[in-house]
Design a protein around this ligand. Structure first.
Ligand code: GAL
Ligand code: MN
Length: 213
């Protein structure tokens, strides 16, 4: 987003470990401390709560748009204001060619993230969504509340916050849908010729080690 003002809000439980990076004018890193959770699923899901809380506390005053991104990623090509819209989502790289039947939506009616077999437009990625601050506030608040309800009912959606994001975007249609160029994983999916640019890519990590502890 060259030429625009950008705040990079970094959520971490280890603020001291965030490196100091020199930035151009109009850019700043804002380190926001969040609590840790034992399970990666809880760390992932509580991002919805964190984003909604900070939206109310400061983002609404400080910025026009929020772009909510996984942190285990790297910018590797142009990402600019073309992504901005009142509410936007990104096609998950594993499912952009698949049909509705293949989408890994939550299928148990007991969950607040439930999507019936005959519904659903796209399978969105949990790691890249956003919009105007009021819209993202509404989305993250709704997802957090849905996850709290699930917890009270003893159920956890199959893909956690991503399942709830998918449900929300089904009934609150985003005004823009981004290509999986904006969230790619070369190790899982190689580099298909049809994608000319890979703009934001997963940094290799050992899923088994990180996820199954
Ligand atoms: C995987 C990804 C998960 C989740 C899942 C959905 O490829 O690693 O985080 O998005 O797809 O089926
Ligand atoms: Mn990730």
């Amino acid at each position: 987003m060259v030429g625009h003002k950008v705040n990079y809000y970094v959520f971490t439980d280890q603020p001291a470990n965030v490196p100091q990076i020199p930035l151009q004018e109009g850019r700043q890193v804002v380190v926001l401390e969040v609590r840790n959770y034992k399970r990666w699923q809880d760390i992932s899901m509580h991002r919805m709560e964190t984003i909604s809380n900070f939206s109310q506390q400061r983002f609404l005053r400080e910025v026009h748009y929020l772009v909510c991104l996984d942190v285990d990623m790297k910018f590797s090509d142009h990402v600019g204001v073309e992504i901005l819209a009142p509410l936007f989502g990104t096609l998950h790289p594993g499912f952009y060619r698949g049909d509705r039947q293949s989408f890994t939506y939550e299928r148990r009616p007991l969950s607040q993230a439930y999507i019936p077999r005959d519904e659903g437009d796209f399978y969105y990625a949990g790691g890249f969504f956003g919009g105007s601050v009021p819209e993202v506030y509404r989305l993250t608040m709704a997802c957090h509340q849905a996850m709290m309800a699930d917890q009270a009912n003893g159920i956890e959606a199959v893909w956690h916050d991503e399942s709830h994001l998918n449900r929300y975007l089904l009934y609150h249609k985003p005004s823009k849908v981004l290509s999986p160029e904006y969230l790619w994983d070369e190790h899982m999916l190689r580099r298909p010729p049809l994608l000319r640019k890979l703009r934001y890519v997963a940094v290799p990590k050992n899923h088994a080690e990180i996820r199954n502890r």
